[in-house]
Design a protein around this ligand. Structure first.
Ligand code: HEM
Ligand code: CU
Length: 535
């Protein structure tokens, strides 16, 4: 398809200003990607320090006060600054317009603004870390968050600003999918990644304002002693929990739906097959986005919900798992009898399938009220949500990073270190978090700096696991940085994928297409050859 030589979006202009003020969605995506990778590295460094502290039962490296700050900074960085924006902002920005056959997003200026608003919000959060840190946990539970002597207001402002950026991105993607689809590209022909980002955007736009509001209220409680959530002033801390989880449960689907979108792209490409049921994947994404709004109470089973409410929230939570299971079956059936080509993206997808499956199953387990009373606020819950957030979102992010690396850079990464790193990340993850299920079940509370010496064996395994995981991540950083400059040329479509984004040069030219795209061969149609390709 490279018949007509074209300038890539990178080579087209090289000044710093051309990046700072860029209106090209691909450049905005690249800016996001580098920023997010830096934040991931920071959050990862905090995580390593947390695990180091748990090498021994008593005070190992730091005081319990420092430990409180550390796990808060880790959670805040990972959840608010990395996981929530990650796949949509970096890969969604780069790919969504190409996948719908558009030249750009609907509002390129808003898109650029969303990046700089995000960057500003992140800087404010980072400044709060230097201004003494925060020790409330990423959840900012009141009444403590309203009185903690740490830099809570600054962190709240930063997260609020990041939320504004999330809404901007969500609106942009929704309008883009509605109004900029190329002629002939009907809704039910859209790539599944687009559907996933679309469903995510709906949650972002509807739920994030609630988060913004509740953060402002905590800030007012903290700064001006409003007492809204403080029983000493007639306020209600449970009101906070309702409002917070009304956003933050849907937010877990903001994290995992885009990951599911990545998996739905990688599997057909590497199995060279149509998805087993396109419709089931689309409708289950929409189903998750909808039901995700009805389950927040499962975070409050031990906070005095009525028995009826607890039962209802428990059942609705399990319904989300049904939609997730529909997807898992679909992916597995797509792989079945496929002409599978093993590549690093697919290895990360396999890790996703295994870890997300266990994450989801333990979610169903904690959604059973009686079991949750035992596991709530223990390392068991920590393990559950790391299985879904790291095992789900991070592995899919790594799959996306490798899968679309040739698209974005025009270069290949080396497969052998890629495979070694994928195994290290997977094994390191299991070593880190399987022990935490066992620890939590045995009674290890979450967020404690010290622990009973009886737990030391499992704690040590977990810490060693974090080193293996960290080594895998460093290896990935090293070979990708090398490949960026030295990697072999990829050609336009190294995976011989049918998906729309691969039908334009890699890296794409400024307005994405050399010729207006045609969509008569579907995004997953492996039965017909593409024009210009003999098969
Ligand atoms: C498959 C369906 C899922 C179900 C049924 C489920 C259920 C639950 C339940 C009941 C809790 C509360 C446990 C407790 O605090 O005692 C919980 C906590 C949590 N879940 Fe899930 N979950 C699911 C999927 C996910 C996904 C996909 C993510 C993220 C990508 C996620 C992230 C979290 C987080 C972050 C927490 C803990 C928040 C905190 O207290 O710090 N869950 N989950
Ligand atoms: Cu939840």
């Amino acid at each position: 398809m490279t018949a007509i030589p074209s300038q890539t979006f990178v080579a087209e202009e090289t000044s710093i200003a051309s990046w700072v003020f860029t209106l090209d969605h691909k450049r905005v995506g690249v800016l996001y990607l580098f920023t997010l990778l830096a934040l991931l590295a920071l959050g990862g460094a905090f995580a390593m320090a947390i695990r180091l502290e748990h090498l021994g039962p008593g005070e190992t490296l730091m005081s319990p006060m420092t430990y409180n700050r550390l796990f808060t900074l880790h959670g805040v960085t990972m959840v608010w600054l990395f996981l929530i924006p990650s796949i949509p902002s970096a890969f969604g920005n780069f790919l969504l317009p190409i996948m719908v056959g558009a030249k750009d997003v609907a509002f390129p200026r808003l898109n650029l603004a969303s990046y700089w608003v995000f960057a500003a919000g992140s800087v404010v959060v980072l400044v709060s870390m230097f201004a003494g840190g925060i020790d409330t946990g990423w959840t900012f539970y009141v009444p403590y968050a309203a009185s903690s002597p740490t830099a809570v207001p600054l962190a709240l402002i930063g997260i609020f600003v990041v939320g504004v950026s999330t809404i901007m991105t969500g609106i942009n993607f929704i309008v883009t999918v509605h109004s900029l689809r190329a002629p002939g590209l009907g809704w039910m022909k859209l790539p599944l990644f687009v559907w996933a980002i679309y469903a995510t955007s709906v949650i972002q736009v509807l739920a994030t304002p609630v988060l913004g509001m509740v953060l402002v209220l905590v800030g007012l409680d903290h700064a001006l002693a409003f007492g809204l959530f403080d029983p000493a002033h007639g306020g209600d801390p449970l009101l906070y929990q309702h409002l917070f989880w009304f956003y933050s449960h849907p937010a877990v689907y903001i994290m995992v739906l885009p990951a599911m979108g990545v998996v739905s792209e990688v599997i057909p490409t590497f199995a060279r097959k149509n998805p087993y049921s396109y419709g089931a994947i689309v409708y289950s994404s929409l189903g998750i986005a909808f039901v995700g709004f009805l389950t927040w109470g499962h975070h409050m089973f031990v906070a005095g919900l009525s028995r009826f409410d607890a039962g209802a929230f428990g059942l609705l939570s399990m319904l989300v798992a049904v939609f997730s299971a529909i997807k898992v079956f679909n992916w597995v059936f797509t792989l079945k009898r496929g002409a599978i080509a093993l590549g690093t993206p697919l290895l990360h997808v396999f890790a996703f399938l295994v870890l997300f499956f266990f994450g989801g199953m333990t979610g169903v387990a904690v959604a059973a009220t009686s079991l949750d009373v035992h596991w709530h606020d223990t390392a068991f819950v920590v393990a559950h949500f790391h299985f879904v957030m790291v095992g789900g979102t991070l592995t899919a992010f790594l799959a996306a990073l490798h899968y679309w690396f040739p698209k974005m850079t025009g270069r290949l990464y080396p497969e052998r270190p890629g495979a070694i790193a994928a195994v290290l990340v997977f094994a390191g993850f299991l070593l880190t978090f399987v022990p935490q299920f066992l620890l939590g079940n045995a009674g290890m509370p979450r967020r404690y700096a010290t622990y009973d010496p009886a737990f030391q064996g499992l704690q040590r395994i977990s810490t060693v696991g974090s080193w293996v995981l960290g080594a895998g991540m460093l290896l990935i950083a090293a070979y990708l940085a090398w490949s960026l400059f030295r990697g072999a040329r990829a050609g336009d479509n190294p995976w011989r994928s049918r998906s729309f984004e691969w039908r334009t040069p890699s890296p794409p030219p400024k307005e994405n297409f050399v010729r207006p795209p045609r969509f008569d061969v579907g995004a997953y149609d492996y039965t017909r050859p593409l024009e210009g390709e003999d098969e």
